[in-house]
Design a protein around this ligand. Structure first.
Ligand SMILES: Nc1ncnc2c1ncn2[C@@H]1O[C@H](COP(=O)(O)OP(=O)(O)OP(=O)(O)O)[C@@H](O)[C@H]1O
Length: 377
C-alpha cells in the first residue's frame, strides 16, 4: 500500500477550499504494482526515445508537437483536425480559425519552453511564460495570460456553490508553487522521473494556479519535465491523446487523489498512459521508416523529376500539406514545373488533393498523416 495524505479542506467563509500538502519531501513508493507498471513504462519510453538517435528526428518533431497540440486543445473542446493544423489560417473555414490559433499557440509555447530550458530550470517563471504564449489572443486571453491568479477559482459548476472542486485560495499559491518548483528540481530525495512527473501533474492541477489554461500548461509540463531530466531528448511523448480518449478517468483519477488520498490509482493511470502512448509512438516511427522506404522506391521511378520530388518530400515530412506556389518556392522552379511535379506525385499515390477554403488547391501526404492519426481517431 501507498501511505499518503493529499491535504485538507480549509474553511474560507461560505465555502471550503482544498489545500494540498507540500510534495517536496522524501517519498517511499514501494507498491509492487506501481513498481511493475513503472518498469514497463520506463522500458517503453526508453525504446521510444531510442528512435531520436536513428531517425532524422527534427523532421518529425513538428509532427509530434502538432499532434500533441491538437489533442491537448481537443480536451478543451477545440475542433482542429490534425491536417488542418498545418494549413494557413485563411485556408480554413471561419469557425475553425480560433481553434487553429490555439493549436499553433501550443506549439509555439512548447518550442519556446524547450529552448528556455537551456537557461532556466522548470520554474514558476518558465510556467508563466508558457502560459502567456498559450493564451495569447485566444479564448482565455482576458484571464490573465502569464499571470498567476489573485482570486479564488473553481472546477466545474457555474458558481462556487456548485463547484466539483475548489483549489487553494490565492494566499497559498506562493508557497505551493515554490514547493512544486523545488520538487521538480529536487536532487536530495531520489524518485524515478516518471513518478515525479505524475505527482507534479496532479499537484499542479490541484493548485490550479491560473484562471484558465491549467490543463494545457499542466500537460505541456509533463513532456517538458521529461526533457529537462534527459529522459527524453525531444518532445516525442504525446500523452494528451491518451488523456483525451480517457477524459472521464483522467478527471476522476485526479479528483480521487484529493478526495480519497488515492494516489495509487492516479499513478497507475499515468504509468499505463505513458506505456501505451510510448508504444503508439514506436508504432508511428516504425510506420514512418516503412513508408519512407516505399516512397523512396516510388521516387526512383520518377526519372528527371526525382530530385525535385525528393526536395519536396523532405519538406512534407515536417509539414504534410502543400500548395503549388509553396512547392514552387521550395524547389526554386516555375509554377508550371511545380504543378507538373505535384501531378506526378498524385499519380504515384503519394499526394492527394484535399478540400480548402483558400484560393489555391491544397495537397496532402495522406499516408503519412494517417500514421499519426491512430489509434485515437
Ligand atoms: N477534480 C479535479 N481536480 C484537479 N484537477 C482537475 C479536476 N478535474 C479536472 N482537472 C484538471 O483541470 C483541467 C481543466 O482546467 P482549465 O480549464 O483551467 O484548463 P484548460 O487548459 O483551459 O482546459 P482543458 O484541460 O480542458 O484543455 C483538466 O484538463 C484537468 O487537468
Amino acid at each position: 500500500m501507498l501511505k499518503f495524505k493529499a491535504g485538507a479542506w480549509t474553511n474560507q467563509g461560505y465555502y471550503k477550499a482544498f489545500v494540498p500538502n507540500l510534495i517536496n519531501r522524501r517519498w517511499e513508493i514501494s507498491d509492487p504494482e506501481i513498481i511493475h507498471l513503472l518498469s514497463k513504462a520506463d522500458l517503453e519510453l526508453g525504446r521510444l526515445d531510442a528512435y531520436s538517435g536513428y531517425v532524422n528526428i527534427d523532421l518529425f518533431i513538428s509532427m509530434h508537437l502538432t499532434k500533441e497540440a491538437v489533442e491537448s486543445n481537443r480536451i478543451e473542446g477545440t475542433k482542429t483536425e490534425f491536417a488542418e493544423a498545418f494549413m494557413q489560417q485563411d485556408e480554413l473555414p471561419n469557425d475553425r480559425q480560433q481553434d487553429w490559433e490555439e493549436v499553433t499557440n501550443y506549439i509555439a509555447a512548447m518550442k519556446h519552453a524547450i529552448a528556455r530550458l537551456s537557461e532556466l530550470p522548470i520554474s514558476s517563471r518558465l510556467i508563466r511564460e508558457a502560459h502567456g504564449m498559450l493564451l495569447a489572443g485566444v479564448r482565455g486571453q482576458h484571464k490573465l495570460p502569464g499571470e498567476f491568479r489573485s482570486s479564488q477559482n473553481w472546477i466545474g459548476g457555474a458558481s462556487i456553490s456548485d463547484a466539483v472542486f475548489i483549489p487553494p485560495p490565492p494566499s497559498d499559491l506562493g508557497r505551493l508553487l515554490s514547493d512544486l518548483e523545488y520538487f521538480a528540481n529536487d536532487q536530495e530525495h531520489p524518485l524515478p522521473d516518471l513518478l515525479r512527473a505524475a505527482i507534479m501533474h496532479y499537484q499542479f492541477e490541484t493548485i490550479h494556479p491560473f484562471l484558465d489554461g491549467n490543463g494545457r500548461v499542466g500537460r505541456l509540463l509533463i513532456t517538458l519535465y521529461l526533457i529537462s531530466t534527459g529522459t527524453l531528448r525531444s518532445p516525442v511523448l504525446y500523452l494528451s491523446d491518451f488523456f483525451e480518449r480517457n477524459r472521464r478517468l483522467y478527471y476522476d483519477n485526479l479528483a480521487g487523489v484529493h478526495s480519497n488520498d488515492n494516489l495509487k490509482q492516479w499513478l497507475r493511470f499515468f504509468l499505463v498512459g505513458v506505456a501505451e502512448t510510448a508504444r503508439d509512438g514506436i508504432r508511428t516511427f516504425d510506420g514512418i521508416l516503412k513508408l519512407s522506404k516505399e516512397v523512396d522506391g516510388k521516387l526512383v521511378t520518377m526519372g528527371r523529376k526525382a530530385i525535385d520530388a525528393h526536395t519536396l518530400l523532405q519538406a512534407l515530412y515536417a509539414r504534410p500539406v502543400i500548395t503549388i506556389t509553396e512547392a514552387a518556392t521550395l524547389i526554386g522552379k516555375s509554377m508550371n514545373t511545380s504543378s507538373r511535379l505535384i501531378q506526378a506525385l498524385q499519380e504515384t499515390g503519394i499526394l492527394q488533393e484535399r478540400p480548402t477554403s483558400g484560393r489555391e488547391k491544397l495537397f496532402e501526404f495522406g499516408e503519412y498523416l494517417r500514421l499519426f492519426s491512430q489509434p485515437g481517431e
